[in-house]
Each structure stands twice: as structure tokens, then as C-alpha cells.
Ligand binder design. Structure first.
Ligand code: DX5
Ligand code: ZN
Length: 216
């Protein structure tokens, strides 16, 4: 079980200290939300930030690309040193080509789906994927409420893994806290993205311990 703190809710003016703090609590993954102002109505982090994070950490850098034309941007994030690169199914008509592009460079490939996208649309790609990211909020902003409908998608992905022997990790993103994480863990989630529940907490040490306690 992995907690991937989303740096979207960190204080960007002291990003290195923020990252060191969550690593001190036990984080081994860092979730990086890349938003382009087109695919989602918000704009955040680009490859130069990923490159500087890379120079300071050995944690797994988990890049979630909420962008149009992911084929253009994936090579930038490969070069910046991301470890996992996840693009949105809704942003491309050739997901298999993008998975190959990512994997050829030695990185792990993920696909994410928005709340309105049926999970079965991922079926043709499942065999090639290292990770499936189920959005449990509308992508674009941290701090939103968890959408319980996303649990059915997780259950279907678990069932497909069991039946077909696929090896992708199941990641959930949006509205994760100690309560919703428990429901997700019970359904079979393996990677838990948490932004405001970690970086927004008054007592981060306690917030981390609470999350860890429910997912283990
Ligand atoms: C939303 C992002 C999330 C966000 C989660 O579009 O993909 O990763 O940071 O934030 P919380 O955990 O606050 O819902
Ligand atoms: Zn994300």
C-alpha cells in the first residue's frame, strides 16, 4: 500500500522543505499534478519543476498529466526524470501509442479516467498498463469531496486483475482522507493520492499516521 502525497496542496515557496517533511513521515512516492489550463480549468506544474524535484529526491515521482495533447508533453516529463507518467484517456485517441512511448523510455505508464468516463473503456489497454488512476473528483483542484461512485470502478479493475492476471497498480485520486481511504482500501486500491489531507493538515504527523493506519 502506497500513500502518494500530492504536492498540489504544498507550499510552493518552500517546496523542498515540504517534500522533505513528507518523506520524513515515510512518503516514498510524490504525486505531481500537471494541469495545462485547457484539459482542466487550472494551471500548475511544468517539467522544469519536476526536473528540480528530481535533483533533490529519490522518491518515485508520479506525474499525473491533466493536459491536452499528452503526446507532445510526455517526452518533456520523461526527460525531466518522472518515474510514473499517467495521461488521461479522454485526451487521446491513441492510448496504446502513448503507453509504448512511456514504457520504451523505461518509465511506468498509467492511464487516468475522469468520473464520467466508463471504466470499461480501458479494457483494450489493461494488459499493457503499469497503473490505472481512478479520479474520485472532477480533475482540476485539490480539496474536493470524494465521489463514492468511483468505488465500482475500483472493484471492476480488481476483478479484471484477478481474472486476467494483469499487473497494473490501482490508484485513486481526489478527496482521500482517513475515512474515504478505508472504503478504497477495502475495495482494492493500492496507491492513495492525498493532497489536502496531508499538506493541509494542522498536524501532518498525525494525519499521516491516521491514513497509514487505515490502509494497512
Ligand atoms: C485533482 C488532482 C489531485 C488533487 C487531490 O485534479 O488530480 O491529485 O491534488 O487533492 P485532494 O487530496 O485534496 O483531493
Ligand atoms: Zn492527481
Amino acid at each position: 500500500m502506497i500513500i502518494a502525497p500530492s504536492i498540489l496542496s504544498a507550499d510552493f515557496s518552500r517546496l523542498q522543505a515540504e517534500i522533505e517533511e513528507v518523506e520524513g513521515l515515510g512518503a516514498t512516492w510524490l504525486h505531481v499534478d500537471v494541469m495545462d489550463g485547457h484539459f482542466v480549468p487550472n494551471m500548475t506544474i511544468g517539467p522544469i519543476v519536476v526536473e528540480s524535484i528530481r535533483s533533490k529526491t529519490r522518491s518515485t515521482i508520479d506525474c499525473h498529466l491533466m493536459v491536452k495533447e499528452p503526446e507532445k508533453m510526455i517526452p518533456w516529463f520523461i526527460r525531466a526524470g518522472a518515474d510514473v507518467i499517467t495521461f488521461h484517456l479522454e485526451a487521446t485517441s491513441s492510448p496504446s501509442d502513448l503507453i509504448r512511448l512511456i514504457r520504451r523510455s523505461g518509465k511506468k505508464a498509467g492511464i487516468s479516467i475522469k468520473p464520467a468516463t466508463p471504466v470499461r473503456m480501458l479494457e483494450p489497454c489493461l494488459a499493457e498498463l503499469d497503473l490505472v488512476l481512478v479520479m474520485s473528483v472532477e480533475p482540476g483542484f485539490g480539496g474536493q469531496g470524494f465521489m463514492p461512485e468511483s468505488i465500482e470502478k475500483v472493484k471492476w479493475l480488481v476483478e479484471m486483475k484477478r481474472k486476467q492476471g494483469y499487473s497494473y497498480l490501482i490508484e485513486i485520486d481526489g478527496g482521500i482522507n482517513a475515512v474515504t481511504a478505508k472504503t478504497c482500501r477495502d475495495a482494492g486500491v493500492e496507491v492513495f493520492v492525498a493532497g489536502s489531507a496531508v499538506f493541509g493538515a494542522k498536524d501532518r504527523k498525525k494525519a499521516w499516521a491516521d491514513l497509514k493506519a487505515v490502509i494497512e
